[in-house]
Ligand binder design. Structure first.
Ligand SMILES: [Zn+2]
Length: 74
């Protein structure tokens, strides 16, 4: 099963789809825009509200699907 890149309409190689079945991008586009996902890392502040002391308990990592803007034909 093959699929087209949502950005440049190239066919995504089967090897890439095998490794990343959810990818919407070919390797080129993935490299250019930084991949399918945007990763946010935020420190969770467990300190009391109003306290100047900051206690960072843990890091929370969020992953969001990157919106893909189709590449304009040159
Ligand atoms: Zn592409």
């Amino acid at each position: 099963m093959t699929r087209q890149c949502q950005r440049c309409d190239d066919w995504i190689p089967e090897a890439r789809l095998g490794a990343l079945p959810d990818t919407r991008l070919c390797l080129e586009c993935s490299k250019e825009i930084g991949g399918d996902y945007v990763t946010y890392v935020t420190a969770e502040n467990t300190g009391k509200p109003g306290s100047l002391k900051k206690n960072y308990g843990s890091w929370s990592i969020k992953r969001k699907l990157r919106p893909i803007i189709p590449k304009k034909p040159e």
